[in-house]
Write a protein that binds this ligand. Structure first.
Ligand SMILES: *Cc1c(COP(=O)(O)O)cnc(C)c1O
Length: 374
């Protein structure tokens, strides 16, 4: 056994920051005040909208904030229901709860780990206002099926694309297909501003509502100062953060290529192992591969606990697959969501920062064969 302290720790993610981010952030800190305090924010929004192919992008303090604004702008309210996958980060469900609505948690598909469209449709009631499609770890939800369901039932299809920068369904980018989409620029995501998010939509009226709600309910056409006309929120981004975002958007193709290169190397290192699957990339879709994830078949006997122990012993910061939301104390248990309960117990997220070396990836991959046939 190698002593853990004989090896440098391997982080699971970290941002890719170059002189360009430092230059823009420095300029924002020196000059981005007064009449110029929105310059980088507007440039960031325009750059991101153009990358995505949407008509409006509104920068926010987080993806959670963007989701809260979008749901609120759709009028989602007490008594309403919003359907989402049980496998999700809490950020997607919390805004539903805060608006007084009920998250309805349905099972995932076993291969993409994304919401099962048939179960989502079966869960629709007269109270259902929306389905949220979270593109888990970069894998695309079945947007063809979900958009058809939305149309059939007259409900909104929302995309949580926090993990799906670089992912696409045909020629449409993740986040650009639903009623609205949300993105995260948290420090662990493919594009980062430290903390930050984006609301995107093709719907000008919805964007106007979000503009107002994000800025304390102030109507841009209201002539009186300090005169909000609805009770809104404060979910804006800062110019300095947006400056970092502008540099990241200029580098977005390179950042996505880095994630895809890392996944390709894991596929080469691990792809031949029996009883293990990595993130899916269904026919006709592109996966931005935000978070390489390995899932082991039950026959291998490899569990989350054994994986965590083995990676910890090698000073590698691997992370657990999301717990089902319905297993958390604040939601009713729903073990009938078989895949959402089953997959996390035999899965692990692998380190994947953009400039990860081949040696470090080989070190990570080398842990896995040792766990087999013990
Ligand atoms: C990271 C993440 C969020 C939350 O993003 P914040 O910017 O931290 O609010 C939401 N949904 C998913 C799927 C995420 O991975």
């Amino acid at each position: 056994m190698t002593a853990p302290d004989s090896k440098l720790p391997i982080a699971y993610t970290r941002p890719s920051i170059t002189d360009l981010e430092v230059e823009y952030a420095t300029d924002a800190a020196r000059n981005g005040w007064g009449p110029r305090c929105y310059d980088y924010i507007h440039r960031f929004e325009e750059g991101f909208a153009s990358h995505l192919g949407v008509s409006r992008a509104i920068a926010t303090s987080s993806c959670t904030g963007a989701m809260h604004l979008g749901l609120s702008a759709l009028g989602i309210d007490a008594g309403d229901e919003v359907i989402l996958a049980d496998t999700n980060w809490i950020a997607t469900a919390a805004p539903i709860v805060h608006l007084g609505a009920t998250p309805v948690l349905v099972d995932i598909l076993p291969d993409t780990w994304c919401i099962d469209p048939a179960l989502a449709e079966a869960a629709i009631t007269p109270r259902t206002k929306a389905i949220i499609a979270t593109h888990l770890y970069g894998s695309m939800c079945d947007m063809h099926a979900l958009l058809a369901i939305g149309e059939r039932h007259g409900i909104a299809i929302i995309e949580d694309a926090a993990e799906a920068i670089g992912s696409a369904w045909g020629d449409k980018r993740a986040g650009a297909m639903g009623t609205f989409g949300t993105f995260s620029f948290h420090g662990t995501k493919t594009v980062t501003t430290g903390e930050g998010g984006m609301f995107v939509t093709h719907d000008a009226a919805l964007a106007a509502k979000v503009d107002q709600l994000a800025n304390h309910g102030r109507d841009p056409n209201e002539p009186r100062q300090f005169f909000p006309t609805v009770t809104g929120y404060k979910f804006k981004i800062a110019n300095v953060q947006a400056a970092i975002g502008c540099a990241q958007v200029e580098r977005i193709d390179e950042l996505i290529a880095g994630k895809r290169r890392i996944m390709a190397r894991y596929q080469a290192l691990l792809g031949d192992l029996d009883g293990m699957s990595l993130n899916a990339e269904p026919e006709g879709s592109t996966n931005g591969f935000w978070m390489p994830t390995a899932v082991f078949s039950p026959e291998t006997g490899i569990t989350r606990e054994r994986l965590m122990e083995a990676f910890r012993a090698e000073a590698i910061d691997a992370r657990v697959f999301f717990w089902p939301l319905s297993s958390l104390p604040m939601f009713p248990d729903n073990p009938g969501n078989v895949n959402a309960y089953d997959v996390p117990g035999r899965a692990i997220n692998l380190p994947s920062y953009h400039d990860m070396s081949e040696d470090d990836q080989a070190r990570v991959a080398g842990v896995i064969p040792k766990l087999r046939n013990r």
